[in-house]
Design a protein around this ligand. Sequence first.
Ligand SMILES: *Cc1c(COP(=O)(O)O)cnc(C)c1O
Length: 417
Amino acid sequence: MARNRIYLCLAHMSDEGIEQKYIKEAFDTNWVVPLGPNVNGFEKYLEEFVGQNKRVVALSAGTAAVHLALLACGVGPGDEVCVQSFTFCASSHPITYLGATPVFIDSERETWNMDPELLEKAIIDRKEKTGKYPKAIVPVALYGMPYKIDQIMAIANKYGIPVVEDAAEGFGSKFNGQVLGTFGKYGVLSFNGNKMITTSGGGALITENEDEWREIMMYATQYRESYPYYQHEKIGYNYRMSNICAGIGRGQMTVVNDHIAHHKHVQALYEELLKDVKGVTVHSQPATGGYDSNYWLCTITLDPSVKVKGQENAYKTIVTGAVGGAAGVIHAAESATTDCQPNENVEALRVFMDQAQIEARPVWKPMHKQPVYKNAPAYVNGVSEDIFKIGMCLPAGPYVTDEDVKYIVDTIKSAID
Ligand SMILES: *Cc1c(COP(=O)(O)O)cnc(C)c1O
């Protein structure tokens, strides 16, 4: 019998269709614009969810949230920003939108996130080399895992540098009971289709207070001054969330806690079922120290000694569209391989799983190994590159059942024996 394909993390709506109720309301009241009751309502829910008396601005994308946060930190041409290298490109690309340079910081092995020691080393070294401190620090909650925020905040405060937490993958993750995105000056959230909750596409910026919130709101709506006509004193952006998307978000806030509980449940099941599989290690949060990951995706590492069926054929053909390309548009890759890629057994496992109707992916390729960033300064210890070679993401979304996890684990076992 043909199996339904199991995806990494698919959008999942509330059983009662609350999202559609809010969308219908928007149509019925003709609020089909990038502002309105759903946007305001969604922001209120988000503020309640994150706590700490924060104010939230709903935006068209998480990338837009990173962009506006950096802008509000005063990042501009000639500046530098310390950003976690082990991440999706949305953490670092907005630095370049502003004419600034990313300074990539490698990870520590416990959480796979920004290494505080390397961060401090980089701050001191940049000051020596350029005469200026970096303008912001961007740690990333990779696959939901909290970063060492207490240490990162201590360093940031020591040098007076603002922190922009990229909690796009870590919505609802906590450190010492406090929601990620509320520790730094700004916190970034994403509601893209594959994130913990979705608005189809969208994001939000968590801000510290009413003044910061107003300023971000101005930038998100083309920075229009209060006149009867359009008067602009600063360059703004068209980044506000649409009232239709926010309707989805409002509905999704009724299931967010269920989603998080489900992701954690799936992670626990993988941990249990994979614990005796030799050469496969499930990446788990540190047992002590206040970590509470939402486990957006389950990640494993595969020991280089493990032999996987079909390994001899790994990277023999050019892959079209495994994760590259967009909306059916792809660049033909120039080669089947690059100078930095997952080990052959990892690629073979990905292909084996693909044929078994399971979507598995390599972990993010570190930004300091991306051709586009070859000239950017990087402070590295080899950790993210090591993990990139042996890491893999497994399905964990709301549609992944216990039976699916068992099937995925059985598939891994049959691929490696
Ligand atoms: C998803 C994501 C973002 C934001 O992406 P959008 O698709 O623009 O919402 C930012 N940082 C990381 C690490 C992400 O995974």
